[in-house]
Design a protein around this ligand. Structure first.
Ligand code: C5P
Length: 260
């Protein structure tokens, strides 16, 4: 995904830009529509709440392993962007689902184009994140995005990050990580990132919005944000990205050893 992320969800600025499915190993998934998934390709699922740092970590794990990378939140953000641009669509779940299923998005070279327009940066805005969380409670919208997400599963492997990667989209993932951090730590990270980008922000507002989004994501009836039963939970409150990355890579090495 773009290095210019909202909060800690997408790769940091030192990471090369990635897009959903545009992994470091090849251009698989760069196409605008789904290709046939490779069920034999291993998946590492990294789920967690807003600004938990899962984007940065997932991206680095993919780079370290030479695997593909899926930022599933970008798909919800794209639908959200279209919704905000066409208010008539806003509450019509069926219309939104049909839009999601034929989302005119192309992921190429770390950039995202929607109907030909480069929206890589636009979808990172706070209001798009909040709108994405609102439409993500709609079952038909979630269903419409399932196959598209699965199509990113290609050899040699996929690192997929989001809210329901380990529970719904890739229940057979070889490794499932639930990455979390305290709300205060996440809000502070987001605050710093916005400041670093020269965007004015209010810490109290960020914390309030983040808690609201957490609650909505965790309490929705379809695919709520919960750790998969077999997930390894990592609390990154006191750690930096490098330390968390090492814990995930170690968990993957342990997993491979178990299977050997
Ligand atoms: O991860 P990101 O903040 O970009 O996601 C934006 C919103 O999309 C989340 O707040 C969440 O509501 C929704 N989402 C989801 N399931 C996913 C990824 C994102 O519901 N797998």
């Amino acid at each position: 995904m773009s290095a210019q992320s909202e909060g800690g969800e997408a790769p940091g600025a030192d990471a090369s830009p990635q897009s959903p499915g545009a992994g470091p190993a090849s251009e698989v998934g760069d196409a605008d529509m789904a290709s046939t998934p490779n069920a034999a390709a291993p998946v590492i699922a990294i789920d967690g709440p807003t600004a938990s740092g899962k984007g940065s970590v997932a991206h680095r794990v993919a780079a370290a392993l030479g695997w593909h990378y899926l930022d599933s939140g970008a798909l919800y953000r794209l639908v959200a962007l279209m919704t905000l641009r066409d208010r008539l669509l806003g509450e019509d779940e069926a219309a939104l689902a049909s839009l999601a299923v034929r989302l005119p998005a192309v992921f190429l070279g770390g950039r995202i184009r929607l109907d030909g327009e480069d929206v890589t940066d636009a979808i990172r805005a706070e209001d798009i994140g909040n709108e994405a969380s609102r439409i993500a409670v709609m079952a038909p919208v979630r269903q419409a995005l399932v196959e598209r997400q699965r199509s990113f599963r290609q050899a040699p492997g996929l690192v997929a990050e989001g809210r329901d990667m380990g529970t719904v989209i890739f229940p057979d993932a070889r490794l499932k990580v639930f990455l979390t951090a305290s709300a205060e730590a996440r809000a502070a990270r987001r605050y710093k990132q916005l400041k670093d980008k020269g965007i004015s922000a209010n810490l109290a507002d960020l914390l309030r919005d983040l808690r609201l989004r957490d609650r909505r994501d965790a309490t929705r009836t379809v695919a709520p944000l919960v750790p998969a039963k077999d997930a390894l939970t990592i609390d990154s409150t006191g750690s930096d990205v490098g330390q968390t990355l090492e814990r995930v890579l170690q968990a993957w090495r342990d997993e491979k050893r178990k299977q050997a």
